[in-house]
Design a protein around this ligand. Sequence first.
Ligand code: TYM
Length: 332
Amino acid sequence: MTRTFSGIKPTGHLTLGNYLGAVRRWVEVDQHRSDALFSVVDLHALTVEHDPARVRRLTRQAATLLLAAGLDPDLCTVFVQSHVDEHTRLSYLLECTATDGELRRMIQYKEKSAEARASGESVRFSLLSYPVLMAADILAYGTDEVPVGEDQTQHVELTRDLAVRFNQRYGHTFAIPKATRPPVAARVMNLQDPTSKMGKSHDSGAGIVYLLDEPDVVRKKVMRAVTDSGSEVAYDRENSPGVANLLEILAACGNADPGELAGAYASYGALKKDTADAVVEVLRPLRERHAVLAADPGQVDAVLKEGAERARERARPVVDAAYRAIGLLPAG
Ligand code: TYM
C-alpha cells in the first residue's frame, strides 16, 4: 500500500492556501487510498523567533483544524512531530548525508534568513538544517508520496537526493518519495499582493484568508482583493495575477477549471462575489466542526496520543535500519 506523509507547521493560523494547496487533498484523496500520516510539525516552528505558549496553542489548534477539515483517525494517523523521537534521531544521520552547500541553496532558507537579518534577528542554525529535519519526517516512514503545495517542491527534491545518496552509500534503506500537488491552487497568492504566496505570517492579514475567519471577514477580504487595471476576466497568471488567483480559488472550491471559468465572467465584481461565496461555503463546515472539537480538547489530545503511538511503530524499524546501515553499533 502506498505510504503518504505530509506536515503542517504551527507558526501561525492556518490559511486558505494551506487548505486548498494541501489539507483538502489529504482529506478527500490521500487518507482514503493510502496508509497516510499527517503531522503538526512543531519542531519546525522553533527555527525562527517564537513564543513558547503560542507554539503550544497553535499546535493544538492546527491539530483540531485538521480533524475539523475531515481527517479521520480511523482512516489515517494524525500526530504531533515532537511526540515521536524518530524524527530527530534520523535527522542527525541525514545531517551527515547532506552538504552545507546544498542547504544554503534552498530558496526558503535564503528568503527567511534575509528576513531575519533585516529585522535585526540572528539566524538560528536550525533554519539552515530545516530541510534535513523535513527529509527525516518523510524518510522515517518509508514514504512514497508527499502531498504538498508548490512551495515545498525544492525541499522534497532535496529529500529524494538525500535518500538516493544514503541508499547508494550504505545500502537500500529508504523509499524514494515524490511530491504530489493539487491540479489547481498549488500556490494560492496573497489577495493584496498577488505576486507573493498567501503565507501564514505575511502582513496585517488583509490579503490572507484564515480558516477560522468569520464569513463576513472572508467576504470583505475577497471583495477587496487587488485585481488589475484591465476589466476583461482572463486566466493569465503572468499578466493578470490577481484575477488568475481568484479564478484558481474559485475553481479549486468547485473542482472546476480556471481557464473555463474565466469565460463565464464579464466583470471582476461578479467573479469576486462568486469567489467569496464559494470560499465561505467551503469553510463553513470546517468552522462548525472546529467549534465542537475545540470545546473538547481532551478528545483531540487522545487522538494525538494514539496517533503518536501508531507513527512510532511505523518509523522505528526504518530509523533503526538506518542506524545499523550507517555503521552505528546496536545498543544490544
Ligand atoms: P507549511 O506549514 O508552510 O504549509 C503546509 C502545507 O500547505 C501548503 N501551502 C500552500 N499551498 C498552496 N498555496 C499556498 N499559499 C500555500 N501555503 C502553504 C504547503 O505547500 C504545505 O504543503 N516545510 C513544510 C512543513 C513540513 C512538511 C514536512 C511537509 C515539515 N516537514 C514533511 C511535508 C512533509 C511547511 O513549511 O509547510
